[in-house]
Ligand binder design. Sequence first.
Ligand SMILES: Cc1cc2nc3c(=O)[nH]c(=O)nc-3n(C[C@H](O)[C@H](O)[C@H](O)COP(=O)(O)OP(=O)(O)OC[C@H]3O[C@@H](n4cnc5c(N)ncnc54)[C@H](O)[C@@H]3O)c2cc1C
Length: 493
Amino acid sequence: MHCCQATIISVFLAWLLPTSAFADNSLTLDPTYFKPADVITRDVAIIGGGSSGIYSAISLKDKGKSIIVVEKKGRIGGHTETYIDSTTGTPIDIGVQTWQNISLVRNYFARLNIPVIKFGSDADPNSPAQLSANYDLRSGKEVNVTAPSAQQVYTAFAAYAEQLKKYPRLNDGMFLPNPVPEDLYMPFGDFVKKYKIEDALVTMFNYNPGLGDVLTVPTVEQMRAFGQNLVEQLSTGFLTTRHHNNSELYTNAEKELLSSSSLLLNSEVIQAERNDGNAKSESGRIKLLVRTPNGTKLIRAKKLLITIPPRLDFLAPFSLSQKEKTVFGKLIDAGYYTSIVKNTGIPDNLSITNMLQSSPYNLPVLPGVYSIGTTQVKGLHIAFYGTPRSSKTFPLSDEDVKADIIASIKRLQRANPDKFNQTEPEFVVYSSHAPFYLQARPEDTKDGFYRELYALQGGRNTYWTGAGFRSQDSSNVWRFSEDVVLPELVKGL
Ligand SMILES: Cc1cc2nc3c(=O)[nH]c(=O)nc-3n(C[C@H](O)[C@H](O)[C@H](O)COP(=O)(O)OP(=O)(O)OC[C@H]3O[C@@H](n4cnc5c(N)ncnc54)[C@H](O)[C@@H]3O)c2cc1C
């Protein structure tokens, strides 16, 4: 904008003010343009009401800090989604399934009054045996896989755990040695051969869908997804909610945050001012213009915590610095999608894994279906779909993903009329989790990308957490928020 244009607009606004004070606050972060009720003053503003945003909100609240969470959807919980079957009332978790069995997780669930159990500990022994089979969903043909024995998988994980021990700080975040060792940015497929951990590969792939093409992903990204603590959980077991409704955590958190005026739903930041300097002074104050269902509000906060995926398009309203743009501009991601499908023609107790007869480790080609699993409800299966890594925020359109899921099921039916009913599959629910698994390219990892990313913490009174900064694992994200980010954030509040 030319300076004279800006002057004309501010003169025009000043002229409007006496007669229509508070009427037009769409262009300004100046509190005098707002009714007092539309100015929200807090210690910390949190952007994103998903896993990391809500954990941080509750933690900061318990530390005696005032907060406001801005969530763009009409619900909190992010990737935690639960479908309630309309006929039986049975909940089916279609997003987050389990958490690590560690004290921080147990304490958080106790804090929000949600009982947890060991995952699988209440399985009904009378329910029909769960079966699984491997099919190539591009042709529909069955794939014969020679799986490694339990002992071979165990030995491979032990060899992998030995390698993880070389990088103990990776268990806390993306704290890579400097210079970055070649082992960490080499393709994971090469690392697997180098350290003879082939027999663990398929287990890792199945535990962490959404990471992209596992054989070419830099090794450190696999270690980020499958770190020391996750290897330990394989033997100790994971936690889930007793009622098998993981969204309950967020129902309780939402009640608490709404009743303390600490949450804005269906709301988005449209403009921001973020300055360095003393967070307690007016000049250091974070100012956010937020569009809410009840009109535009101005948030004034000492510190800002951003938890949404740090893609440049999502962060556009936050007046990014050149440095922030350069760092975040390097991120790539993968697409990850879930859905519940009826009329699949697949027996209720059968799970299908997509595999390829001729590929290394029988891994499927992406984009494609990962698996079509069983659910607690008769007639419903859950399908997981993923894409390789790409620089696009949304690697595939939802229409393309849905069409490919249906086409895969139809190919399965047509190639095996003796095993699967010839029915017309239909989506009961579909959910896109793209952009998923934000990560760096190998060359950027080698050049110190994660050092640069973490160096952004605290700049312009802004802090960052969430999967983009840690990993796609709620327990890890909570521990990172609690141990690494929040201690620095609360200083000087
Ligand atoms: C299908 C699936 C299964 C998973 N299973 C597990 C599991 O079993 N165990 C596990 O530990 N982890 C699991 N994960 C990973 C886990 O969900 C993530 O690690 C965790 O959700 C990351 O938290 P987050 O806060 O970064 O992101 P999210 O939880 O996605 O939260 C981000 C929030 O920000 C909001 N938002 C986005 N843009 C804006 C904006 N501009 N303004 C305001 N709000 C915005 C979103 O609506 C969302 O609520 C799974 C993920 C998926 C997709």
